[in-house]
Design a protein around this ligand. Structure first.
Ligand code: NAI
Ligand code: MG
Length: 484
């Protein structure tokens, strides 16, 4: 299929600035999760294609891209961002059909991608080394340098945002990227590649090889020519990526999701909290690394919060992505069966409320009605595992110490939020919560591209987004001159 209006063949890879089929000529089928129908075919890239992509990236580092002034890299990123911004509707529609996300969420993702490009465009020539006072007769300074070829393995839940935060930052620092999008959804990645080409990004600075995780993904992770790996996805695959990185002794950034809590204290402004409590669980049908799947509420407000959340849940509707309901389908029948498996494990819990699936939603779609549970002990599987679906559990606590113990009582540590008017409690908990981001009286802070993001524990390590990402996507060289 020719990707409208980008004019590229969806079965092609982008290598060295050229679109072409993968070497085997094989393809994989993409499906529209809103009705289960085949959408189009994409390339089934594998090790030989990754070899070519890494070689093309290497050539870019040796050539024009590697020598380009930082300000010029910034100008190109800026142009990419402008082109993305001129294509909000077509990109949003592609993402809605490919991932199944409601159009308004898909539009927000395109705008975020444009904003990432704008942010990293501006940052490209503003990160630099230092001069270090040292012994008499020496001049010492540091140089911030790109790693070289960087590998980016991304999932299907937010392709555009994750391209923005990882490829955007890597390009700003002058790396040449090889991107392996997810086999479930990769159309906006391909469109982005074409827009980057049109914006004047030199050949080989961004290469895109679609394919399966165990084939193209594994080949990219293991490739000795890749000097840095950035991965977002499951814990199980994150372990493999880190093991592959260990073989080649290259740094790796892992963003592996979580079980992020919101802590609601007795003095919280419940009206202000409510939209955040619910939206953080059902946005993108719960398929969000930073989804808030655990709501911890002081026992004095527990019934009130459950009642208010339940009322909102009963009004939630899931339906086709292009019809723009509160929720779309899940990304695939497979993801739906994973989530249904968890709902089954929640049979011993109380269903406080359930949303509905729109009556006209096609039977072949991967729909799951959102479910709000109570009655889960903090160690219940639904209060411990990342479900990656529209499912939240509400758990009571008696005091701050218990709230903290429950909040920190999973192997994850990505995001947490605290709802309280007590400033001292805010400060204590902001320090004590095990998380890469803590929000006080909000959740997510609008997803700002400026805000460093990443986890601890099973949520992974390393930081993307914000200025911080630029340090991860570069390396520091110290130069010491003895001149007397
Ligand atoms: P996954 O971790 O298998 O896939 C993510 C990416 O890794 C895809 O591009 C995939 O092709 C690639 N991949 C898979 N196996 C690989 C391998 N052996 N070597 C290199 N790359 C490989 O995640 P999946 O199967 O899509 O979802 C399973 C669960 O993972 C979800 O239910 C959710 O809990 C979690 N997940 C978390 C995400 C997050 O944002 N942190 C995103 C996607 C999934
Ligand atoms: Mg997988």
């Amino acid at each position: 299929m020719i990707l409208d209006p980008f004019g590229i063949d969806t079965t092609h890879c982008l290598i060295g600035g050229e679109w072409a089929p993968c070497k085997s000529g094989e393809t994989l089928a993409l499906h529209d999760p809103s009705d289960g129908s085949p959408l189009c075919a994409i390339a089934r890239g594998d090790a030989p294609d990754i070899d070519c992509a890494v070689a093309a990236a290497d050539m870019a580092m040796e050539g024009e891209w590697g020598r380009m002034a930082a300000a010029q890299r910034g100008r190109i990123l800026h142009r990419i961002g402008l082109l993305v911004g001129e294509n909000i509707e077509p990109l949003a529609r592609l993402e809605a059909q490919d991932v199944g996300k409601p159009l308004k969420q898909a539009r927000a993702d395109v705008i975020a991608l444009a904003r990432y490009m704008e942010f990293y465009a501006g940052a490209a020539d503003k990160i630099h080394g230092a001069t270090i006072p040292y012994l008499d007769g020496y001049t010492v300074y540091t140089l911030r340098e790109p790693h070289g070829v960087t590998g980016h393995i991304i999932p299907w839940n937010y392709p555009m945002q994750i391209i923005g935060r990882s490829v955007g930052a890597a390009l700003a620092m002058g790396n040449a990227c090889v991107l392996k999008p997810a086999e479930e959804a990769c159309l906006t990645a391909l469109a982005f590649g074409e827009l980057a080409r049109q914006a004047g990004l030199p050949a080989g600075a961004l290469n895109i090889v679609p394919g399966q995780g165990g084939e193209a993904g594994a080949a990219l992770a293991a490739h000795p020519g890749v000097r840095h790996l950035s991965f977002t996805g499951s814990v199980a695959v994150g372990r493999r990526i880190q093991a592959a990185a260990a073989e080649n002794l290259v740094p790796v950034t892992l963003e592996l999701g979580g079980k992020s809590p919101q802590l609601v204290f007795a003095d919280a402004d419940i009206d202000a909290a409510l939209p955040f409590l619910v939206n953080a669980g059902i946005q993108n049908a719960g398929q969000t690394c930073s989804a808030s799947s655990r709501i911890l509420v002081h026992e004095s407000r527990f019934d009130e919060v459950v009642r208010a959340m339940a009322e909102r849940y009963r009004a939630l509707r899931a339906g086709p992505a292009l019809a723009d309901f509160d929720l779309g389908p899940l990304v695939s029948a497979r993801q739906k069966s994973i989530v249904e498996g968890y709902l089954d494990k929640g049979r011993d819990l109380t269903v406080a409320a359930r949303g509905t699936i729109d009556g006209d939603a096609p039977a072949g779609g991967a729909y799951v009605a959102p479910v709000l549970f109570t009655g889960a002990a903090p160690d219940h599987v639904l209060a411990q595992d990342e479900i990656f679906g529209p499912v939240q559990v509400v758990i009571p606590f008696a005091d701050e110490a218990e709230a903290l113990a429950i909040a920190n009582g999973t192997p994850f540590g990505l995001v947490a939020s605290v709802w309280t008017a007590d400033g001292a409690r805010q400060m204590r908990l902001a320090r004590a919560l095990r998380a890469g981001q803590v929000f006080l009286n909000n959740y997510g802070a609008g997803g700002g591209v400026e805000l460093p993001f990443g986890g601890t524990g099973l949520s992974g390590h390393g930081r993307e987004k914000g200025f911080e990402a630029l340090y991860g996507f570069s390396t520091l060289k110290t130069v010491a001159a003895l001149h007397g």
